[in-house]
Write a protein that binds this ligand. Sequence first.
Ligand code: PLP
Length: 466
Amino acid sequence: MLEAPQRARLWKQLADILENYAASVHTRRVTPDLDPERIRAVLAPFDFEKPRDPFEMVEFAARQLSEWQTHTPHPRYYGLFNPAPATMGIAADTLVAAFNPQLAAWAHSPLAVEIERHLIRALGGRFGYDAASTDGTFASGGAEANHTALVAALTRAFPEYPVKGVRALAAQPVFYASAECHHSFQKAARITGIGQEAVRTVAVDGELRMSPAALRKQIAEDRAAGLAPFLIAGTAGTTNAGAIDPLEELAAIASQEKLFYHVDAAWGGAAALAAPLRGLIAGIERADSITFDAHKWLSVPMGAGVFLTRHKDLLHAAFRTPTAYMPKEAAAFDVIDPHLHSMQWSRRFIGLKVFLSLTVAGWEGYEKAILHMTEMGNRLRGKLEENGWEVLSRPPLPVLCFVDRCGADPRKVAAEVVASGEAWISTTILGGNKLTLRACITNYRTGPEDVDALIVSLDRARAKAA
Ligand SMILES: Cc1ncc(COP(=O)(O)O)c(C=O)c1O
């Protein structure tokens, strides 16, 4: 335990470290050496037998983190939807760690729970839900939000599911997501007990969007085979290539087939916050529920997922498991006890980083940042095409899949770029068979000079790989 003078010194040290990192991250290598033996050698002296100096240890942690991570806050990290956390989110997470509000029970953290409720409604309004009746919960991320959707949809379709479980069901439940969907659906299918084969991956069209015709056919075949369809999960902004499923058509099919309709807008949902992009996700307001990740395009630190629904009773039906030992004061008010309403029990105050970021930036600030990143994506596309790369996926959102026109091996090119430390990009497989390079603008600070530098790195990597 540190005494007051030491604490005060430690906070100052910490503030200096945070500022130094924020001010200098763009000057560092983006990527670390990947050398487990060296990392283990750094850790080997720590046997925890003798207490160490707190100032030295904070310094140690910061120095080693600087050395041994891919710097996702770097403007040349063209990566996996991991943002540069903006200042207010970092401040919020620091406050949360210190105050440590317990978000299992409303009565323990009334302000925190009400802030989250306020945000859920505000975000619901942005997605076209009736804000006042939007319900939802904060989650660790998109995977938990999608898992929540699966539990909610199963509960809706099979009221016996929450208590009796899958074995009580008369038929095997199955659901539909595109072949490009995020694999958290497969994982959630495993965890819910319906099994991974319950995910019917529907074929995509040339733009990697779920094919409505293939969806209708699959549903008909499954019904004929005695299976029990219960959910259509569309994606607004696929992980691979930013593709947006035909959300209106999927809504219509879900309504005709009487299926629950979820939209995974973990990344692409940010289009709802930028007027020129909003039309891209038209139809999302017809979804029964939505996954949206603030820790993707809203530039807050991990983890900050959001599950939204327009059905008030849904989360309670799915998760309500009352106990004797939890605080009961909230029962006297029209409020939500989060542990009765979501997957987690004790949990941290996720919403504050969104609240402080949004209050300080405003919707306007977010719109500006989102449009800037989209513009940088357009610049990257133009530069790639000028420099002999073929851009295979052309989403309006700033994630690009591309290959060398002369056939350089994408894996070799990505490995060269990553090893150079100048940028981080990756490879993926589109449509199940096409190996490509992938670069996404994830950082509101990425500017034209960073995009141009990526082109230089790519050209150099291509020459080496050839
Ligand atoms: C479309 C989509 N859905 C869900 C997820 C899972 O989100 P998380 O990693 O926050 O759990 C991702 C992650 O990239 C994603 O791209």
